[in-house]
Design a protein around this ligand. Structure first.
Ligand SMILES: [Zn+2]
Length: 446
C-alpha cells in the first residue's frame, strides 16, 4: 500500500454550478414532482398559448449521466384542453441535472421551443459520480494516459457531487482511491483536493480529479502489464461518505510476424496484411486490444529453405504443422508467428494450438492461416487462430468462461466458435481477460 503517495486532485467551484432549491422546478414545469433516482416520474410541460393547433411535442432529454433520449408525443384534444402535455416514465439512473428541451409542432408548420433544467435527487444522500475524461475504444472503461515527460500513467476524470439533502454539506478536501485487481487490493491513494467541497442544499457541483501512477508502484506495473484496475473513489466528512467506482484499462496489443510459405501474388500479400491489420484488429478492438504487423518473412532463398517451401506450402498432416512450427521461429522478437500457407489437407481455414508458448519454441509455436480470396474471412481466421494461441478454447466447447453459453442461439457469432463464419466477431469479457494474460500481449504504450 502506498497511502498518500502519487495522487493529486483539483476541483473547480462555481462556473458551471446551477442551483435549484429542493423541490423547486422551473415555472414552465411547475406541476412536476421532484425527480428521484430510479423512480419513474411524470413531467407536465405547458403548451404554448397560441392560435395554431399544437399537434406534436418533440422531447429531447439529456440525463445527468450524459445519455440522451428523444421522443415524439402526439398532442390530443384532452392535452389541448388542459393546456399541458405530460411526459410519462422518465427514469434517471444518476442524480444531477436533467436537461429537457421541448419543441411543440403546430398544424400551420410553426414551432415553439423551450428548455428546462430539473434536479434529479437521491433520497437523503450526497452522491459523487466519476466519469473518465478519456475512454478506451470499446467505450466501457476509462483510458489511462501515459505522460511521457514524467514517465507515469495518469487517470483523468470529471467529478460530480450532488447534494440531495435539505442542508449544507461539507465533504472537506480529502479523497481516497482504493485500487483493486479482480477483487484484490493493489494499493490506496489518499490526497487533498485543491479546495473543500461544500454543497448547498440541492446543489450539484463539478470538478476534476487526476491520479498519478509512477514506476515502482503496483498500479503502474498492472497498467504496464495490460491489466484492468477498478478504482473506488470516496470522500468522508459531516457524516456523509459518497463513493463511486470506475474501471481503468490500458489498451492492449499483440504484435505479429507474417511468414509466408509458398507463392503469393503481390495482391495476395497486400490482402493478408490488410486482413490482419483491419479485420482481425477490428475484432479485437471491440475489447480494447489491437494487433500490429511487425515483420514480414518468407521461407525461401537457401537450398534448404526452398526445399521446405515446397514441402510446407501445402500442409498434408498435423505432423507437418508441428514440424513447420518447430523448424521456423522468429525467435528474436516477442510477436506471434503467423504462417500463411496455400492450403491444408482437410480444407480447414487455419490451425493453432491452445495457449501457445511465450518463448515460441517447439511444435505449438505458431498459427497457420490458409490462402483465402475473401479478405474478411481471412481476417476472421487470423483473429480466431490468434485467439487459440492466446489461450482460448472454442466458445461452444468447455472453455471455462461463464459468459459463453454453448446453448445460446447466438454462440455462432462468437469469433472463436468452432465453425466460425466470416461475420463471427463477438469477443466476450472472459475471453479478453484470458487473452490479455498471455505473455505475448503487451500494453500499447510503455
Ligand atoms: Zn478453432
Amino acid at each position: 500500500m502506498d497511502v498518500g503517495d502519487g495522487g493529486f486532485g483539483e476541483i473547480t467551484v462555481g462556473g458551471r454550478v446551477r442551483l435549484l432549491g429542493p423541490g423547486v422546478v422551473p415555472a414552465e414545469a411547475a406541476q412536476a414532482e421532484p425527480l428521484y433516482v430510479g423512480e419513474p416520474a411524470a413531467i407536465p410541460v405547458a403548451l404554448p398559448r397560441q392560435k395554431a393547433r399544437a399537434e406534436i411535442l418533440s422531447v429531447l432529454v439529456r440525463f445527468p449521466s450524459g445519455a440522451v433520449h428523444r421522443a415524439d408525443l402526439a398532442i390530443d384534444d384532452e392535452d389541448r384542453a388542459s393546456g399541458s402535455k405530460t411526459i410519462e416514465g422518465v427514469v434517471s439512473a444518476e442524480a444531477g441535472e436533467l436537461h429537457l428541451f421541448t419543441t411543440t409542432r403546430n398544424d400551420d408548420g410553426s414551432v415553439a421551443q423551450k428548455g428546462f433544467v430539473l434536479q434529479v435527487r437521491t433520497r437523503g444522500t450526497v452522491q459523487m459520480y466519476i466519469t473518465p475524461s478519456f475512454w478506451t475504444q470499446s467505450g466501457v472503461a476509462g483510458a489511462p494516459k501515459f505522460n511521457f515527460s514524467l514517465g507515469r500513467w495518469e487517470c483523468h476524470a470529471a467529478v460530480r457531487w450532488v447534494n440531495s439533502m435539505p442542508m449544507l454539506v461539507n465533504l472537506a478536501r480529502r479523497m481516497t482511491v482504493r485500487m483493486t485487481d479482480a477483487g484484490t487490493l493493489v494499493g490506496t491513494l489518499a490526497f487533498d483536493l485543491s479546495g473543500p467541497v461544500t454543497l448547498l442544499p440541492g446543489q450539484t457541483q463539478y470538478g476534476t480529479v487526476i491520479t498519478f501512477h509512477a514506476p515502482g508502484s503496483a498500479d503502474f506495473e498492472i497498467f504496464r502489464n495490460a491489466g484492468d484496475l477498478t478504482f473506488e473513489y470516496s470522500m468522508s466528512n459531516d457524516g456523509f461518505t459518497p463513493k463511486d467506482g470506475q474501471v481503468w484499462r490500458t489498451m492492449r496489443e499483440v504484435g505479429y510476424n507474417i511468414i509466408r510459405v509458398g507463392d503469393f501474388t503481390a495482391a495476395e500479400r497486400a490482402e493478408y496484411r490488410r486482413a490482419a491489420a483491419e479485420i482481425a484488429s477490428g475484432i479485437f478492438r471491440s475489447r480494447d486490444m489491437t494487433v500490429r504487423g511487425v515483420e514480414l518473412f518468407r521461407i525461401e532463398g537457401t537450398p534448404e529453405m526452398e526445399a521446405d517451401k515446397q514441402r510446407f506450402r501445402f500442409i498434408d498432416s498435423e505432423a507437418e504443422i508441428d514440424e513447420l512450427f518447430s523448424r521456423y521461429t522468429m525467435g528474436d522478437n516477442a510477436f506471434l508467428d503467423a504462417f500463411f500457407v496455400e492450403g491444408m489437407w482437410d480444407g480447414s481455414a487455419g490451425a493453432s494450438n491452445v495457449n501457445g508458448p511465450v518463448d515460441k519454441q517447439g511444435p505449438s509455436s505458431g498459427i497457420l492461416i490458409c490462402r483465402d480470396a475473401d479478405t474478411v474471412n481471412l481476417g476472421q481466421t487470423f483473429a480466431h487462430e490468434a485467439g487459440h494461441y492466446l489461450g482460448l478454447e472454442h466458445a461452444d466447447e468447455e472453455d471455462g468462461c461463464s459468459d459463453t453459453d454453448p446453448a445460446s442461439p447466438n454462440i455462432s457469432d462468437n469469433f472463436i466458435f468452432s465453425r466460425s463464419r466470416r461475420d463471427s466477431t463477438v469477443v466476450t469479457g472472459c475471453q479478453i481477460d484470458k487473452m490479455r494474460r498471455h505473455g505475448l500481449v503487451t500494453t500499447l504504450t510503455p
